[in-house]
Write a protein that binds this ligand. Structure first.
Ligand code: GLN
Length: 196
């Protein structure tokens, strides 16, 4: 089975583990650098990006995570995970860093108070004709997409909420909450191709 790490410093680790296991992958929680070894792919879950950033530095994971991304490990980031993968954050809190890799700018908590959390259906042509049920929880949006990155999904108002670039995949929303597994499948396809 493919072995997929889930960065388990903070956030919604369990939902990702369930989704990956349903798809036949092995889910391994990652809290220490050694736990990154031998992974076929990695999930960066939702949570609070500034907290995950801080803990990743305290746990000595920042540089190994950056090295894994540069090395081409397939990575899927949801929500806070998307923020961690972004090269640029418009409104990072003081000292907040990202791992980077995705040539995009994100804006945190982009959906305001009234709609901090909502569910909607989204067209994601790259995943096939059936729409995706997307849960947004204090979600970011992508405000700028550099030439290296590709937009996968936009809301009706044009806001960009899913992107990919090479081995990196990111959604502002949580598909795992509603049982949507096609983003995880896409991650596993990349992992299988890389294994060869
Ligand atoms: N608002 C959070 C952040 O800025 C992200 C929320 C989430 O991951 N559900 O990191």
């Amino acid at each position: 089975a493919l072995r997929v790490g889930i960065l388990a410093l903070q956030g919604d680790v369990r939902e990702h583990a369930r989704t990956l296991q349903r798809l036949g992958a092995e889910a391994a929680e990652v809290r220490r650098p050694a736990e990154l070894e031998g992974l076929d792919a990695l999930v960066l879950p939702g949570g609070e990006s500034s907290v995950i950033d801080k803990l990743s530095r305290q746990f000595g994971l920042r540089e190994p995570l950056r090295a894994a991304i540069v090395d081409g490990l397939p990575v899927y980031g949801t929500c806070a995970g998307m923020i961690l993968l972004a090269d640029r954050v418009e409104d990072a809190i003081a000292g907040q860093q990202t791992l980077g890799g995705l040539d995009v700018t994100v804006r945190r908590n982009a959906f305001g108070r009234q709609t901090e959390s909502f569910e909607t259906t989204l067209a994601v042509p790259a995943l096939g004709p059936a729409p995706v049920t997307a849960t947004f929880i204090r979600a970011p949006e992508v405000t700028e997409v550099g030439p290296g990155a590709t937009v996968l999904a936009q809301l009706e108002d044009g806001r960009i909420v899913a992107v990919e670039q090479g081995s990196l995949l990111a959604t502002a929303f949580h598909p795992e909450v509603a049982g949507e597994d096609r983003f995880h499948r896409r991650l596993l396809e990349r992992a299988a191709a890389r294994r060869g």
